[in-house]
Unconditional design. Sequence first.
Length: 421
Amino acid sequence: MSSLVVTPNGPLSGTVSALGAKNAVLKQMAACLLASGEHRLSNVPAITDVAIMSDLLRELGCSVDELVDATLVIRVPAANDLRPKAPAHLFEAMRASLVVLGPLLARCGQVEMALPGGDDFGQRPINYHIDGLSAMGAVFANDHHIIRGHLERNQLKGARVTLEYPSHTATDNLLMAAVLASGRTVIDNAAREPEVEDLARQLLAMGARIEGLGTSRLTIEGVQELHAANHHVVTDRVVSATYLAAGLVTAGVVRVSDARGEHMEMLLRKFRAMGAEIVVDNEGVEVKGPSRITPVDVATLPYPGVATDYKPLITAILSVADGVSVVTENLFDGRFRYVEELVRLGANISTQGHHALIRGVNQLVGTDVRASDIRAGAALSIAALVAKGHTTISGLEHIDRGYDDFDQRLSSLGALVERSA
């Protein structure tokens, strides 16, 4: 397994790009299943999860070209030539595999898949997906970690679905199923993330009829057929935040050229409270870090609140703040597992339940640490930029799942980062 060796090199400076959002493109690849023909997605990051989803689509009967110049071409056959099942290991490799559930039911009338895997940071039940699709006429049976679904009739039917929690992935799944359902579907308490809106825009380009983009109520009028389309994937706001965090924590000046400031308003507000100077314009987002971080309190909430994916980055930054901060996790009960690794670097952090008490220290000290998930790996890298000596971060395969050319992009900003096999 690969690892990163990071050595502090003073303030970072320069410009990088973040490319398309992992949490958008994986769903948009699945959305291609809804229409025969050649789909073209641009601004696609070269990450492991895209490669896994490509393999999954191939097993389902699609042709997927290799990624070239951040463009992915997917050719989808007629419904009769799609295979509504694939090897278990592809579903188990990542959480996002679950989003083929809705498209396969809508297009093939049946599906068989293993329960999805992905990052391990707490319970993320699939009942929101199953309950919503059941309301639309699907019938499910679970047998030893295998989900089998079929339709009561030949077509999904429109329904009113109110999500108990505004789940990003459940909203995506139900939205993709609804566009080919008969009649009207209303999804209340829908997720409002920019990636959900971006998926809806792709579906609109394919001929779907959707109202309420960016709101908590989506209204979908089902259509008989969709067509293939081209789509430019929205910028990854978490990757953008990672590079901005690198500039902030090192008292540097870093610009992310394709960052969308309007998608990160609450995070940027917290960065300003930490002492950062932020510039948002048509050429991206720029951060200038302070000489010492000001402590702040942060709580994660569904969009437009502070995303749970930002929290490991925030915790890493606040570990060298000039005072005490409290970070509260309201979404996933297991998402403080990276804290032990930050403590190994010399951070003074204690956790109790959903809260982390962070007493900022003057200096972190490099050592060997391990990434337990994608964002934990990014957070440890951010901390390593200001940790005295060398920090070796193993578990790089997690970072590769969500970051395109991570070490080279950090190096382009002046970081001393070496990747080892």
